[in-house]
Design a protein around this ligand. Sequence first.
Ligand code: MTE
Ligand code: MO
Length: 429
Amino acid sequence: MTRFPESEAAYDRRRLHQWAGGRARADGVARRDLLRLLAAAGLASTAPVALSTNTATAAGTAGASGVAGEGIVKPLPPERFIVHGTNAETRFEALADTGHLTPASHFFVRNHTTTPRIDAATWRLSIWGDGLAGGARQFSLADLRSLPSVTRTAFVECAGNARNFFKTQQNQPASGTPWTTGAIGTARWRGARLSDVLRRAGLSHRAVDVMPRGLDDEYVTSNGTNYGRVRRPMPVSKALDDVLLAYEMNGEPLPLDHGYPVRVLAPSWVGISSIKWLGDIEVSSVPLYSPWNTDFYRLYGDAYPPEGSAPLTRQTLKSAFELPWNATLPAHTRHRLTGRAWSASGAITRVEVSTDGGASWRRAHLHDSSHPGSWTRWSTPWTPGKPGPVELLSRATDSTGRTQPETTVHNTQGYLFDAVVRHAVTVGA
Ligand SMILES: Nc1nc2c(c(=O)[nH]1)N[C@H]1C(S)=C(S)[C@@H](COP(=O)(O)O)O[C@H]1N2
Ligand SMILES: [Mo]
């Protein structure tokens, strides 16, 4: 069994070694991509590669719908959401009076394809693979509900949240959905522990990776590459730690768009780890690869080795104002600026606000007792002076001592932006 702590890079290298030695499996990952990772990591001498991969290509564009918001079931009123293709971003200003938890009506949606409609009565979770001591096992929703339940407040945040600021603040565009800060929501999730389910399924000591997979359509890009169903391996160490198989969000059954009837909730990890519409989980005695831990969700770019970083795990540190972009605020009037700050690594210990473009900072009031992997509301009064354009800045610090930097080192896919966002507003006459 994989034991952490081990550096993620070392873990990744070991997995690649295993793949090269025929002791790992890669489905839907082009062989040349893994060879590239191997060669770049200086491990190519261990080739030849024993296992075949099967990237299928298909015509058509299942995922790339032309109609904005198509495939999302819930209403997407424009005052609450910014629609980006098959995805919907929450407008931060719409959170201003929602309390600590994000209601489902306001929660962002990140869909590779479209929200499927699954019959919970006939739904079964299948757990299978050579990392089980016995054979495959099936669980109904009633089976999961009969296990001890855990309730946990946690955010789900897309790895690409705030990606657009690489372009607008750093003049370094990145590929992917141009999220501003609204690809995050915090909810109270209830479900069974993945560890309980795995143990009941007969987890073997040989298991190293588990790979949850969704029941939504296969993800086919606009150029015809079929990546198969959305799936991403995680090490057994994370699976046994704090991962839930959630069937409730904020005290209600999961909404259709958020994974009904059951989703994975991997606290503090990039959103892709929290697979929606869970259908099966492979438990493997060898490391697994999917496009979501090779092509996607690694850091690539000038500052990174050619093989990219290790697969992303934890989210980072951010803060945002609950204000529309380019809001107008009357001069000489006392305003209450509000926002939220969050970290995947520690509690939020401080939020500072600058109303003069970063020249001076003052501390905001924190309104929630902070937990890692959740968010904290904050506020500060502001009486703007003379009319004109102003940039408002917020800067969070967490209990590990990290503070949001001025810039984030660029990566080509725009993940983990954590720099201070410069929020443009106008002081009106
Ligand atoms: N089956 C499936 N699971 C998925 C996805 C998906 O498209 N299909 N998107 C992932 C990504 S990239 C993110 S950020 C989160 C978003 O969760 P939400 O739509 O509930 O906000 O779900 C993850 N789980
Ligand atoms: Mo995501």
